[in-house]
Ligand binder design. Structure first.
Ligand SMILES: [Mg+2]
Length: 192
């Protein structure tokens, strides 16, 4: 079976089938950026300064679907936002907020998640240049994805570029692509 690396790469893995399967079999945690990944990158600001972000319930279901196959989702964002905290609570996921340099923070994040100190066991979904460093660290042994409308150089870096755009199912699509591989790698039947 071929995962079919194509020139545009949309909706396909840019790794061999064996590479994807092997990495998925060791996958424990999907780290995801929030703004421009789980949201469309916009923020609604009222005259009172109250900010609102829009999340997709379908993406939320993706968190649940990965959890069913033993993969936890964790938010990693440079922003500090009560909205993000609330969304993480609702989904029952951990959130690392106010992370200025995600690549630098990776060892600390791994330790907090009780992951061995190498770059395996992780996937990452990110959309912009501040995700490039951490994606480069995770890419050699993990699986990295980007929303279809992510920033250009991130799309080039990603192993998987979603057809869906950020805030409108990009996370769900990546989660489902991972779930298929994790399930196959572990030889379990798909449920639900
Ligand atoms: Mg972002």
């Amino acid at each position: 079976m071929s995962t079919g690396a194509t020139p545009d790469g949309v909706g396909r893995w840019r790794l061999t089938a064996d590479e994807v399967r092997g990495r998925a079999g060791r996958l424990r945690v999907l780290l995801t950026d929030v703004d421009g990944t789980l949201t469309d990158g916009g923020v609604y600001v009222s005259a009172d300064g109250e900010a609102l972000k829009r999340f997709s319930l379908r993406d939320g279901m993706g968190v649940e679907r990965l959890r069913q196959v033993g993969v936890e989702t964790v938010f990693v964002t440079r922003e500090r936002s009560p909205i993000v905290t609330r969304r993480a609570e609702k989904l029952g996921v951990r959130a690392f907020e106010g992370v200025r340099d995600k690549a630098e923070a990776l060892p600390e994040i791994r330790a907090a998640l009780a992951l061995a100190p190498d770059e395996g066991g992780l996937a990452y979904l990110g959309d912009d240049v501040n995700d490039a460093g951490i994606m480069a660290l995770i890419a050699p042994r993990g699986l990295v994805g980007a929303p279809g409308d992510g920033f250009g150089e991130i799309l080039e870096q990603a192993h998987y570029m979603t057809r869906a755009v950020a805030g409108h199912g990009a996370f769900r699509e990546f989660a489902e692509a991972l779930r298929i591989q994790v399930t196959a790698a572990r030889g379990e039947g798909t449920k639900g």
